[in-house]
Design a protein around this ligand. Sequence first.
Ligand code: GP9
Ligand code: MN
Length: 428
Amino acid sequence: SSSDMDKVLKFINKNRTEDNIQYFGKAKGKNVFIFHLESFQQFLIDYKVDGKEVTPNINSFYHNQNTLSFDNFFNQVGQGKTSDAETMLENSLYGLPSGSVTSTYGTDNTFQALPAMLSQRGYTTASFHGDVGSFWNRNNTYKSWGYQYFFDKEFYKDKADYSVGYGLKDKIFLKQAAQYIEQLPQPFYAKIITVTNHYPYQIDKQNQDFPKTTTGDNTVDGYVQTAHYLDQAFGEFISYLKKTGLYDNSMIVMYGDHYGISNNHKKAIAQLLGKDKVTDYDLVNFQKVPFMIHMNGLQGGINHTYGGEIDVMPTLLDLMGIKNTDTIQFGQDLLATNRRQVVAFRNGDFTSPQYTKVGSTVYNNKGEKVTDKLNKKEKSIIDQDQEYVTSSLDLSDKVITGDLLRFYTPSNFKNVNKQDITYNYTKS
Ligand code: GP9
Ligand code: MN
């Protein structure tokens, strides 16, 4: 109801951050790429197998002097996996405790998503993906989010050996996506969703030019091989961007959507990390995924702030110089100096620079169990963090399940007319 909306607004207003004047508007008017690394975890960055880097191109992007990289950035997805990541990144709303926002609410709900905000500011907005458009109900959800274009599998030439698993192989997909990107009126916002580095991590013989790991766990050992393939595809894409000049006038954002190796593979994870065994604390940290922002002239470096996928939209709005003083967003700008560094996981657990909570167990930032050693002050900090996490998740769920954004329109936002959007235009 609209009284729930009052509670949401009260919570959001209490937790609003200030834009960082050092970064505000630095990307104003630039093209934006959101490059989605499927199932890509942070531990792969600079990781080596037999002395060879798994992802040399992504590593050099990560360390580039004009790339702002985050090394305490966590995936926060639930059952909605990729679709939860997309929901968080472009709406700053959480996925649901079960199921997927896009599958259940994507068609009918009111959203105030990033693509809609940008379309209303003269941007061309497009999403690219080598799987069928109906997966995760993207073909309907993207309309609600204000995407003007969606280039799904139908838009690319397909041959017998072009696809593996869920869709087109990344190299083939990106080459063909490039032909559409070239035709987008600038400035554009383009989201590129890769798919080859997806469980069960299969790739054809000719692309198997990287050694598998040797944990003996079959579902794990192919992971570095498809991650390496994704890295090569990314490398080719960056070369293309440089050739066309797009590299110089774009902000390139890159992120991993969620884990590739689930917590069921503790033994293999321990081996990959060079440990005897892994604790729940280690497994929380294993949920880190990359988040990087690259742009000419941007002061790069590794930023250690604790954050996650929910925080991406406010961060990008800050860089793009778009005020979000009255929007409904549950994340906090990663560049804000007054942000609260508590990362909520979908099951209600959380992590922060001081504490990590898994169920009823509390760990300090050295990974030691401190549940029974906390003093009154420490307990109260943890209670407050838990309260913040629980409220964020609950209120975000209310926004989705009650379709609350239909009761509230921020200033400078026009509601999206989904009926006016179709994705059946001419193919190249
Ligand atoms: C399918 C792809 C995979 O289109 O995005 O989704 P996931 O299984 O990772 O949620
Ligand atoms: Mn995914």
